[in-house]
Ligand binder design. Structure first.
Ligand SMILES: Nc1nc2c(c(=O)[nH]1)N[C@H]1C(S)=C(S)[C@@H](COP(=O)(O)OP(=O)(O)OC[C@H]3O[C@@H](n4cnc5c(=O)[nH]c(N)nc54)[C@H](O)[C@@H]3O)O[C@H]1N2
Ligand SMILES: Nc1nc2c(c(=O)[nH]1)N[C@H]1C(S)=C(S)[C@@H](COP(=O)(O)OP(=O)(O)OC[C@H]3O[C@@H](n4cnc5c(=O)[nH]c(N)nc54)[C@H](O)[C@@H]3O)O[C@H]1N2
Ligand code: SF4
Ligand SMILES: [Mo]
Length: 852
């Protein structure tokens, strides 16, 4: 590697000594000069065709949803970059953007609709797909839906959604309701619902936060690895290096993540023990009197009365913008000493005291990040509360250098009411309980304070298999691969095998598609489809378009517009015209007030409808004025004004309008849930596997991690994490994923690596390169051992993403037959953080490893 490239890399990501020792540092940054070089060499015009231009679009490689520009020549995508018009990330990007070229031009893409010819469904049965036309495929689907309605079983239809864009509501919600089913099932609870519990039940934000990294003085990350994953990778990987110059950075993660390798301190926490650390930091902050008084308030006498182990009188404290600090202290925090924390977590008490003091000094320019890794575990709701509470305690909420939600913007994400289009069958059907059992006693799924308000994605196959509340007969699914991406995916295989008819809208024949009756080939979201998305970071909320930019190679269609349009038309031809009438009477262009004339017009119309407040409404006060649709599609992105600091102080959307250390909002939600089932809140806690009793249920507190399996037989714990090259499940068939795999610290190229601490490996006689089996009480996978100090002894860290037995020639060893590597979900038992409905992916997974 030349000096020039090395220097560039160091400037971009202040490489720590630990990271320098690793073979695997930032791919994006080290490749940057090369990429820039290529970019400057791009001919302005294609020599033959005279074409060549940058077109705005949006990447959905991960939930960063970055605004992009694709360079198109002669109808082909040549290169990607961050959209230069974006004020969130500008031209910056992550390394994954380049993989999208191999996705869209993947030789294994589905090119035409297909139909199953083998009636036997199962992992071991080849569906023997044969091409059919769109007309034939949709004819079959329409017939199946109409047969359900005729048999008074409309509720046995389900619409299943993985990724989506903001035009999804027609197909996802309204069409499903008009057909007569309550079952629109999203993927949210295998994504990150537990993460939202702290922010919502403390400051009223059911969503993710942005972090003012440029102005911060202290970063404490519980599992977040924002250079590699999390929610705005392009922006944070650009700024993380500079933050090290003006902020202290501490990363808590059982594994030396990319971000931990570029932090001042890495704390290799035992899995699912984060709350101990968070609570002890809070305890020290109170005892030391270093909480942020302008946000939290102070004792009326001005004298600190927080003394370890001692209660404080409830009227002694004058709260400012927070609620219930003294209650929290008295209920539990008074006993959460650093010594207590050390006894559980082995993190030295002195380290905890130092972190708390440093945070107190940096306040309010303090930001505490939480990630799936810290909270997507059984009992994770309370870790989410404990970690986020620190943002309140140190005043980071809405402060310069702190943490804030997405800026307020206006989009028409809600489509016109479809209730008038519900006939008698539909009205009856939508009243059935949902198939995922949300809202039952054992699944509170308390989204936005509403019992049963959230989805329990991974429980859907359990509901289907036990026919509780009933069975599912017809499924239309898109942009999802749940038997691969949910814990114990075998449950999905079994459930899908029993479904009478399933249509899957997909780019590739994935594991989910394997169980389909018809396959509907999807346009690639980044290059071929109409859509719209948003993203937050750098104090800005941006909205960006997805638009067709290249020549479609195959007979593919837009999942969220063309497919439902053609299906609605088919249903109308067969006598059921409600969705068709809804399209033609309600889904009107915001300027011309005309309906779409054909399926290809609908996508653009819906994006115009959703985004019209940005470019049509001249009174839009939330961001830069835009003059026209043309300007929006040409620039590709709209930027909001910068976040107004302290804008929520005094008016948080909680029960008390304060930041709630004692969550009145959670108390109200749990009271409702308990009442719905005529039980006490303690009984809810018991059924749902939490240890809290009494008022402890409403404050951040310690819950012992739940572990699954016999400790003697399965003595180690799995630490699952995302790959820097995983685009959720969608980059698995790209050769670059495997060729550049060593951008994941510790991993080997072309292999599916399990990282083992040399101390553990020595005991087991395992060497780097050995093939090993990892087994848990629910399954076994095989992969390649790597000895690596960056993993806590007693744990094995492994990327999620490999182990495909379908998807394509690169993803699987033998398509349909043999997996390449191992899917972590095969060994992750199906468990939940029931208060949020989230699946547990961390903490409970006891494993054993052995050479094969
Ligand atoms: N590269 C990449 N980035 C992505 C995605 C992707 O597929 N690839 N997907 C996007 C999506 S869909 C989402 S929801 C977001 C999620 O982004 P995050 O919420 O940040 O979650 P993950 O990256 O899944 O978090 C896993 C991290 O937690 C660590 N971890 C595991 N167990 C524990 C534990 O007990 N305690 C602590 N403190 N850490 C633990 C793991 O080592 C890993 O670093 O990422 C998005 N970004
Ligand atoms: N062990 C473990 N499991 C995890 C995670 C983890 O970190 N560890 N992460 C979890 C998270 S955060 C999430 S969000 C979920 C994601 O899980 P899912 O929502 O299931 O998403 P993907 O696995 O990305 O599957 C998307 C599928 O859509 C199809 N597809 C691909 N590209 C396109 C396209 O452009 N258009 C359409 N219509 N279809 C397309 C393909 O069939 C692909 O398999 O996985 C979760 N599962
Ligand atoms: S993969 Fe994620 S971070 Fe990378 S460009 Fe796409 S959306 Fe942005
Ligand atoms: Mo996710």
């Amino acid at each position: 590697m030349s000096d020039k490239i090395d220097t560039g890399r160091r400037t971009l990501l202040k490489t720590s000594a630990a990271a320098a020792a690793l073979s695997s540092v930032g791919c994006s940054s080290s490749m940057e000069p090369v990429i820039k070089g290529i970019e400057s060499e791009l001919p302005a015009k294609d020599a033959l065709t005279g074409t060549g231009k940058w077109v705005g679009t949006t990447c959905q490689g991960c939930t960063s949803w970055c605004a992009k520009q694709v360079y198109v020549m002669d109808g082909r995508a040549i290169k990607l970059r961050g959209n230069v018009n974006s004020k969130v990330h500008g031209e910056a990007s992550c390394p994954r953007q380049h993989l999208s070229l191999q996705q869209v031009y993947d030789p294994d893409r589905v090119r035409t609709p297909l139909i199953r010819t083998n009636p036997k469904k199962g992992r071991e049965h080849d569906p023997m797909f044969k091409p059919i036309s769109w007309d034939e495929a949709l004819d079959l689907l329409a017939d199946k839906i109409l047969a359900l309605r005729a048999a008074d079983e409309a509720h046995k239809y389900a619409l299943i959604r993985g990724r989506y864009s903001h035009i999804n509501e027609f197909m996802y919600k309204h069409m499903t309701q008009m057909i007569g089913s309550p079952n629109n099932i999203s993927h949210s609870s295998i994504c990150a619902e537990a993460h939202k519990m702290g922010p919502y039940y403390q400051d009223g934000n059911w969503g993710y936060n942005q972090y003012d990294l440029e102005n911060t003085k202290f970063v404490l990350s519980f599992g977040a690895d924002p250079i590699a994953s999390n929610r705005q990778v392009s922006y944070y990987s650009k700024t993380w290096g500079d933050a090290l110059d003006h902020a202290k950075v501490v990363v808590v993660d059982p594994r030396l993540s990319v971000s931990a390798s570029k932090a001042h301190k890495w704390i290799p926490i035992e899995p699912a023990q984060d709350s101990v650390l968070a609570l002890a930091i809070a305890h020290v902050a109170l005892v030391e009197g270093i909480w942020h008084k302008p946000f939290v308030g102070d004792f009326k006498t001005g004298k600190n009365q927080f003394i370890a182990g001692q209660d404080v009188a409830s009227d002694a404290f004058a709260d400012k913008h927070t609620y219930g600090l003294v209650d929290w202290w008295n209920l539990t925090l008074k006993d959460c000493t650093p010594e207590w924390a050390e006894s559980i977590s082995q993190v030295p008490a002195a380290t905890i005291v130092k972190i708390a003091k440093d945070m107190g000094q940096a306040a309010p320019a303090v930001q505490v990040w939480t990630s799936r890794g810290a909270v997507m575990h059984t009992r994770g709701t309370y870790t989410s509360l404990a970690c986020h509470a620190l943002n309140g305690l140190f005043g980071g909420i809405d402060s310069k250098g702190g943490v804030f939600p997405g800026n307020k913007i206006k989009l028409n994400k809600k489509f016109p009411d479809s209730k008038p289009y519900l006939d008698a069958i539909a009205k009856k059907g939508v009243k059935y309980p949902k198939i995922d059992q949300r809202g039952t006693l054992a699944f509170p799924a308390l989204k936005k304070g509403k019992p049963g308000g959230g989805v329990v994605t991974a429980n859907t196959p359990n509901g289907m298999l036990s026919a509780d509340p009933y069975d599912i007969k017809v499924i239309l699914a898109y942009f999802n691969n749940f038997n691969f991406s949910s814990p114990e995916g075998q449950r999905w295989n079994d459930a899908l095998s029993q479904v009478e008819f399933m249509a899957h809208v997909t780019t590739n024949i994935s594991e989910f598609t394997w169980f389909a009756d018809i396959v509907l080939p999807a346009n690639h979201h980044m290059f071929e489809k109409w859509g719209v998305l948003d993203s937050i970071g750098n104090g800005v909320h941006q909205v960006s378009v997805q638009q067709p930019s290249i020549n479609r190679l195959w007979d593919t269609k837009d999942d969220e517009s063309e497919v439902p349009y053609l299906l609605a038309k088919k249903l109308a031809e067969k006598g059921f015209d409600k969705p068709w009438r809804y399209i033609n009477e309600q889904l009107l262009d915001p300027e011309t007030k005309q309906a779409a004339k054909n399926e290809t017009e609908l996508g653009e119309l819906l994006v115009r409808y959703v985004t019209s407040p940005l470019w049509l409404d001249t009174s839009n006060k939330y961001g830069e004025p835009m003059n026209s649709w043309q300007q929006f599609t040409e620039e590709g992105v709209w930027n909001s004004h910068r976040y107004q600091l302290e804008s929520r102080w005094g008016k948080f959307k909680t029960e008390t309008h304060q930041f709630e250390f004692y969550s009145k909002t959670l108390e109200k939600a749990l009271t409702k849930h308990a009442k719905n089932h005529h039980v006490s809140i303690d009984e809810v806690m018991e059924v749902c596997d939490y240890q809290a009793r009494g008022k402890l249920a409403f404050v951040p507190h310690y819950e012992e991690p739940y572990r699954f399996g016999d400790k003697d037989k399965y003595p180690m714990l799995l630490v699952d994490h995302k790959s820097r090259l995983s685009k959720e499940g969608r980059s698995a068939n790209t050769p670059w994923f495997y060729e550049f795999k060593d951008v994941d610290p510790g991993d080997l190229v072309q292999e599916d690596s399990a990282k083992i601490n040399p101390v553990d490996a020595a005991k087991l006689g395992i060497k780097t390169g050995d093939k090993i089996a990892i087994s848990s009480p629910v399954g076994e996978i095989t992969c390649t051992a790597v000895l690596w100090e960056g993993v806590r002894p007693g744990t094995v860290a492994k990327c999620f993403g490999q182990g495909h037995w379908a998807y394509g020639r690169t993803a699987s060893s033998q398509f349909g037959v043999e997996a390449r590597g191992g899917n972590n979900n095969d060994i992750i038992a199906d468990r939940y953080d029931r208060l949020s409905g989230a699946s547990a992916f961390y903490g409970h997974i006891r494993i054993q490893i052995a050479k094969v």
